[in-house]
Design a protein around this ligand. Sequence first.
Ligand code: FAD
Length: 530
Amino acid sequence: KADSGCNNNNNNNSVGTSILQRTRYHDQIVSALNELPLDGYLSLANNDAAANDFGNIYHLPPLAVLNPATVSDISRVIKHVTESEPGLKVAARGHGHSLRGQSQAEGGIVINMESLAETIPIVVVVNDGGGGGGGGGDVVVPYVDVSGGELWINILHETLKHGLAPKSWTDYLHLSVGGTLSNAGISGQAFRHGPQINNVFQLEVVTGKGEIVTCSETRNTELYHSVLGGLGQFGIITRARISLEPAPKMVKWIRMLYSEFSVFARDQEYLISLIDENTFDYVEGFVIINRTGILNNWRSSFNPKDPIQASQFISDGRTFYCLEVAKYFNPDEAHLMNQIVEQLLSELSYIPSTLFQSEISYVQFLDRVHVSEKQLRAKGLWEVPHPWLNLLISRSQIHHFAQQVFGNILKDTSNGPILIYPVNQTRWNKKTSLVTPEEEIFYLVAFLSSAVPSSRGSESLEHILTQNKRILEFCRNGKLGVKQYLPHYTTQEEWKAHFGSKWETFVQRKTAYDPLALLAPGQRIFQKAL
Ligand code: FAD
């Protein structure tokens, strides 16, 4: 709409008129927004943060940022837009840790969800008197009620005061509830508990029509399933009710190396097939290509099981696969935990000299990436471009993929970690908007690259983007049926292919909940009203 005054005539006069019209139009929108009765406030200047994200590749300035103090503020602004400015776009911004401008709204309104979180307390419910808190029979205590703008790290600290914690996490906790639930929230616990979107009992959502709706598995079910993994397309999550479990105090954290991908993958798949109490609580892994002194790097946080053999181990120039597992425990159960861990490790075929272990607190374990963040920030290496590529790949294709990509398309892992681990789809709710490969077991492969801004070589943004393109082309040409996680596409055709058989449902849901296509324009799925 901001462009609606533009015409293609090169005549100077009409260009001048068009700029004038646009300025007038802009002033009208702003003054109408300013007249809205709000509990919070609108910010019309100094909104640079809303035009940036962790990816640091897209920078799209908004017209205004809404800092809501109440859910009604969000509803009021969206209703105003639908009634008076239907061309204006609206994006919720959680913690802005998107990679390709997904939480930005060029010339539109960005809703700063952290502002809402400041006014909605985190409430832990241990016993609700059997009523399920109004969420229907599917709600099981304990749970926590939080704002959609709340950060997972704050939820962890608050729930721990009650000896409880959410079950399913992301590797990094300085992300908002609304942001991760709009994607999935996948980490090493997902094989046991499913992703974060599987551990939510109830949501409060402001739809693209401005309606405030509570939804769950038994109430407004279609909206509930739409919003989970829905890339912000159907509504803004203002509250969430999240399932909790008793929290352990400590974590045994273990790493070990493999030189053969097939052996590594077999062991990972074996571990995720054990779903009883006696398995690990977390299973992940990563690829190491052509790095020197890997084990020396680990020594600051891990102890080698066999220090002499470990000191003789040489990693230079080779490709390794690191299995990373964790077992939760309380100090008085340490003996039993060690017995279970020994038993599990005895079933695995890693390189014996590369077994490294550590015991740290549960909070330290869950918040481990924050330690790296602080180190990178100190070196000025956190706020750099992050051309990440996340893929979900079927078990039947992963060996072919690994063979072609690790050491072939990718010659080293110097631009950042490459995570790789399988998940077990049995516990994943198939009715959400999230798209995954069809097979029961699939792998998350995450290329978490950082670019060096002024570099022209292999660390440059251009080089990494070209490498990502080559990986995607290889997947496409080989018909590997790969799905992007945290997807980024620029055309609707690509989105259709991404959603496959789920596309029709996705469009129907969009028509029902956000027919003017106001929400989350940064995903670039719907450019105009349906
Ligand atoms: P934002 O960037 O603010 O928003 C993301 C999208 O969700 C946007 O489209 C936005 O409009 C929409 N949105 C935001 N809030 C709401 C809301 N309340 N209601 C509706 N829509 C909303 N992901 C994993 O699954 N597992 C990981 O282990 C993991 N690790 C990560 C580590 C780091 C260092 C980083 C930067 C990201 C990681 N991610 C991981 C990805 C992360 O989950 C997503 O990028 C997520 O969207 C970030 O949350 P955010 O609050 O910053 O979202």
